[in-house]
Design a protein around this ligand. Structure first.
Ligand code: ADP
Ligand code: MG
Length: 717
């Protein structure tokens, strides 16, 4: 058997129970593992002195700053709990602008001077860490000589224990800031945006006569798509190891054309891996709810029950980490790249988003009474207005090199941001716009005639899978996130733009109510105006269709196809004034993000180009040359000249790529110009190399081709 086929046989073998989880009897009370490794409110109540627990939970409920005198008591309880769970170290976990999670471990133990060590962990150590920040991207906020960065405990996201076969670690979710107090991470702006939205929504709720809510939380429920492939192929592919995606690979004879994978039965090895992953996630208090096969072969999806945006985002980071760790126990690798395989559906993340009060009312849930419906329509209108005004910013918040391969292809929503309302709701807004809503006609849905909204379908037929931003019954689903992305930035943007729109509409409503009008009478013209002004962003048709792209252009909607096109919207005048009005990100903090993202874009494409060139030169050209030798030796001149021609083309394309990617050919002063150069010149040069290489893959003897093929990576389970 040739080398690669032989290995396929090995790849297909696996041992069940990677982590030896066996079958747990989940009906037994002892086996209730959910939240087992979380310093949850329940654990806090058991372990903290009563008054400390009460003060802590009151502070958290009101979203107020923490009284430092509480910290020592909390730290003591946390340490004891963690030591009992076998933890020897603790870490402040944070989310630098790389979009990844960062951690530095410190031991609980300090020497006593008598040859022994004592476990200690003070309130000060809990509240603040001081990691060297100089190696994290800061976009110029902090010069390298001021290396100090601070991590500050986020008491609203519970601490937890991460287990490793050889020990355990207490993880404390934290924010990360410079010594001047500027956010160097994704958590601080998210928390600020949640506060901003809460204030705006509370102001609006007052106008609707709600006196019981104390705070409004934004909620997030992410649906995560991913691939699982055999680790052997992963390790044989330098492109997957270095870039997370395949830079070469001819399309297999069988792709997803047969539609036989989506919702198909889950292969046993994969399911075993999923079960163990979900078990680990359950211990960490992450409420996984659904799992299924996705469209592409070897592609899957997992989704938790929604949580508040901050905890949900932390949990999502952790979910990605655990998925990757556990996969290895089954001889698999979990790929989170947006487009690991060209020509095969990529992976995204659906960001289900809503707002809810602390007493459990979902503000995007249509109600049973006319009053509830008015309130629902008000908040729904605010979302539409926000999305229309800040399309560019929303697009920028989900921009990355991986996303550029997905958005706009016929598999993910296009780069044009539009809102899907569903036929029923679109009819309701149509009636409001025409001023018919108050009349008692069969078509009217508001006012006297028909006192309630028609039931809006939450599931089933009235779904538009092509829409980037769809209303789905009681939430909006921002469907255009990339699968490897942190949720924090897109949610920071969503919260802030909606806060602004709510304030805008509230002010109009306050004025109208001030003239003595009844709520409905006051509200109707406001909704009418806002819908008329923003309805260009509403679209219920097929977002993949060419006609929509032309129509969107006529409507004046943005179509930002690439990351370099989108990033400038992070620092536009509208964005700067939005974020500074709501104290979510200062102009400096915004510019820092813009710089970091543009630089990351350029660097990532640069790494891809270098990897592609190296693979072509050191693996593909030699393989093809060897094959050419065999053809010549076998006196097969026609096949030989065909192969020779392809090799010549490959070498030409390779040289062009190497020169395009040479540092001296692309040193631009301006980081956006550099990103554009990578997009406009280097990416096409890579594509040209790939095109010839993929032809060669189909020509060169199978046993000589050095890279595992798509048919192997995608179909061997
Ligand atoms: P589908 O694949 O049909 O879109 P799923 O059931 O896979 O639906 O996922 C729906 C996601 O929406 C889940 O993560 C769920 O928790 C989340 N979700 C439901 N209600 C809300 C809400 N009010 N706020 C945020 N997310 C929500
Ligand atoms: Mg969905």
């Amino acid at each position: 058997m040739p080398r690669i086929r032989q290995q396929n046989v090995l790849a297909a073998q696996w041992t069940p129970n990677g982590g030896a989880i066996g079958t747990a009897d989940l009906t037994s009370a002892d086996n209730q593992i959910f939240g087992e490794n979380v310093f949850s409110p329940v654990v806090q109540r058991q372990r903290l002195p009563k008054d400390v627990y009460q003060r802590l939970s009151q502070t958290l409920a009101k979203g107020e700053a923490l009284d430092t005198s509480l910290a020592d008591a909390v730290a003591l309880a946390m340490k004891e709990w963690a030591l009992e769970k076998g933890a020897t170290h603790y870490t402040h976990m944070f989310q630098p602008l790389t979009g990844l999670t960062a951690e530095k471990h410190d031991s609980f133990f300090s020497p006593t001077g008598e040859g022994t060590a004592l476990a200690s962990f003070s309130g000060k150590e809990l509240i603040q860490g001081e990691p060297d920040a100089s190696s994290f991207p800061t976009g110029g906020i902090r010069a390298t000589f001021e290396a100090r960065g601070y991590t500050a405990w986020d008491p609203t996201s519970p601490a937890f224990i991460l287990e490793n076969p050889n020990g355990a670690l207490l993880c404390i979710p934290t924010a990360f800031a410079s010594w001047t107090g500027e956010a160097l991470d994704h958590k601080i702006p998210l928390l600020r945006s949640m506060d901003a939205l809460s204030k705006s929504a509370m102001r609006a709720l007052q106008l609707f006569g709600n006196t019981s809510a104390k705070r409004v939380f934004t909620t997030v429920g992410p649906e995560q798509e991913y691939f699982l492939i055999d680790q052997q192929y992963y390790f044989e592919r330098p492109d997957l190891i270095t870039c997370g995606r395949t830079l070469f690979g001819a399309k297999p004879a069988k792709g997803h054309e047969l539609d036989d994978h989506y919702f198909g039965s889950i292969p046993e090895r994969i399911l075993a891996c999923m079960l163990e992953t979900e078990r680990e996630l359950a211990k960490l208090g992450i409420p996984i709810k659904t799992r299924h096969n996705e469209v592409a072969p070897n592609q899957y999806e997992v989704a938790p029950i929604f949580e508040n945006s901050n905890v949900g985002s932390d949990h999502q980071q952790l979910t990605m980490q655990i998925m990757q760790n556990i996969a290895r126990r089954y001889g698999l690798v979990c790929l989170l790249h947006e487009k690991p395989f060209a020509g095969v559906n990529g992976s995204g993340k659906h960001n289900n988003w809503s707002m809810g009060t602390d007493d459990g009312e979902n503000l995007l849930e249509p109600g049973d009474t006319p009053h509830d419906n008015l309130q629902f329509l008000f908040f729904c209108t605010a979302v539409m207005q926000a999305v229309n005004k800040h399309q560019g910013l929303l697009r920028a918040s989900i921009a990355s090199p991986g996303q550029d391969h997905r958005l706009g292809a016929n598999e993910a929503p296009p780069a044009i941001i539009s809102v899907f309302l569903g036929a029923e709701l679109e009819k309701v807004f149509g009636a409001i716009e025409r001023g018919e809503a108050g009349e008692s006609t069969p078509e009217s849905f508001l006012g006297l005639g028909t006192p309630v909204l028609p039931p809006l379908p939450m599931h089933g037929g009235d779904r538009n899978r092509t829409s980037p931003f769809a209303f789905t019954g009681n939430k909006f689903e921002f469907r255009a996130l990339g699968s490897s992305m942190s949720l924090s930035l897109p949610n920071t943007v969503l919260n802030t733009i909606v806060a602004e729109a709510i304030d805008y509409l509230s002010e109009e409503l306050e004025d109208a109510l001030g003239t003595g009008k009844e709520l409905e009478e006051a509200l109707r013209p406001i909704l009418q105006r806002s819908y008329a002004a923003n309805k260009r962003v509403v679209f219920g048709g097929d977002n993949y269709a060419e006609e929509w792209h032309a129509e969107a252009e006529r409507r004046g909607l943005l179509n930002l196809r690439s990351t370099p096109d989108a990033l400038p919207y992070l620092i536009s005048d509208e964005t700067v004034s939005l974020f500074s009005n709501y104290a979510v990100l200062s102009e400096r903090e915004l510019h820092a993000r813009y710089d970091v993202f543009a630089e990351q874009y350029a660097t990532k494409v640069n790494i891809e180009a270098e990897t592609a060139a190296t693979i072509a030169r050191t693996m593909l050209v030699p393989a093809a040359a060897r094959y050419l030798g065999e053809l010549l030796a076998a006196q097969l001149p026609e096949l030989a000249s065909e192969t020779k021609e392809l090799i010549d083309q490959l070498v030409d394309a390779l040289r062009a790529l190497e020169s395009a990617n040479l540092a001296e050919n692309h040193e631009h002063e301006n980081i956006l110009a550099e990103a554009k150069y990578m997009h406009d010149v280097v990416l096409p040069a890579m594509a040209a190399v790939r095109e010839v290489a993929d032809k060669l893959e189909k020509v060169v003897a199978d046993d000589l081709w050095p890279l595992p093929k798509y048919s192997e990576m995608l179909f061997i389970k």
